[in-house]
Design a protein around this ligand. Structure first.
Ligand code: MG
Length: 241
């Protein structure tokens, strides 16, 4: 890419608006942690989490009434432990009466491998996608700016929703070149919206993704900077594979 083209790259360049995934019925999967799973959040505390900006600091999002709620003033949080290949379950809820539209409406995200502070890593988008049009590679169930969900099973604000993720980390050759890409399967409210698809690299807001070698990584939750009311999480667990 020439210096001129690089300078001209804009966020809009990597937005995809068609085809719009079909709206389908989804059903919350409130799956309890299986035997051997690592419970990341059970409603009690954030002992399995740290600040993504400074991993020596605790995660300071709000825990109340068994729920974990994003604190946008605090920034992203990520797991204390690191993972390679795993199965992940989590439940999330956009608050009833949420305001805002498109990307500024219940935006959060799950970085399936966090590659540093900020929004760095492979993002499974979290967003209110119930009658909330936006670019389709940025709706709930998308791998942000890369992979459009196969359907839209989003439930209404105020209702709990579930993600069940199978993550296969990328592998790299000794010289750092890509050996095998990351792959992901995502069930959103029980509906397969990503089916063992390969990622082109970590998420980028601007420009085309590309891989850089990395090892086991934390799982990160996004405190997105939009002004809409914060979303909540519950029942988060991971099973290493
Ligand atoms: Mg997001």
């Amino acid at each position: 890419m020439t210096a001129h083209a690089q300078q001209a790259a804009k966020p809009e360049d990597t937005e995809v608006w068609q085809p719009v995934p079909k709206t389908v019925a989804g059903k919350l999967q409130a799956t309890p942690p299986p035997k051997g799973a690592i419970v990341l959040f059970s409603g009690q505390d954030l002992r399995e989490w740290v600040s993504a900006a400074d991993r020596t600091q605790p995660a300071r999002w709000q825990v109340a009434d068994g729920l974990l709620t994003v604190d946008k003033t605090v920034g992203n949080i990520e797991t204390r432990r690191t993972f390679t290949n795993y199965r992940l379950h989590l439940e999330w809820r956009v608050p009833a009466g949420i305001t805002g539209k498109a990307q500024a409406r219940g935006n959060s995200g799950v970085f399936l491998a966090s590659l540093g502070p900020g929004d760095v890593g492979y993002e499974l988008q979290v967003l209110d996608s119930y009658q909330n049009p936006t670019y389709v590679n940025g709706m709930a169930g998308s791998i942000y700016k890369q992979l459009i969900p196969r359907a839209n099973p989003a439930r209404k604000p105020g209702e709990w929703q579930s993600y069940d993720v199978q993550w296969t980390a990328p592998t790299f050759k000794p010289d750092g070149a890509l050996q095998t890409p990351a792959r992901v399967t995502v069930k959103f409210n029980g509906v397969v919206v990503q089916n063992n698809v390969a990622l082109a690299g970590p998420t980028l807001y601007i420009g085309q993704p590309h891989y850089q070698a990395h090892g086991p990584s934390p799982i990160k939750l996004q405190a997105h900077g939009d002004p809409s009311e914060p979303i909540s999480f519950r029942n988060i667990w991971v099973q290493e594979q």
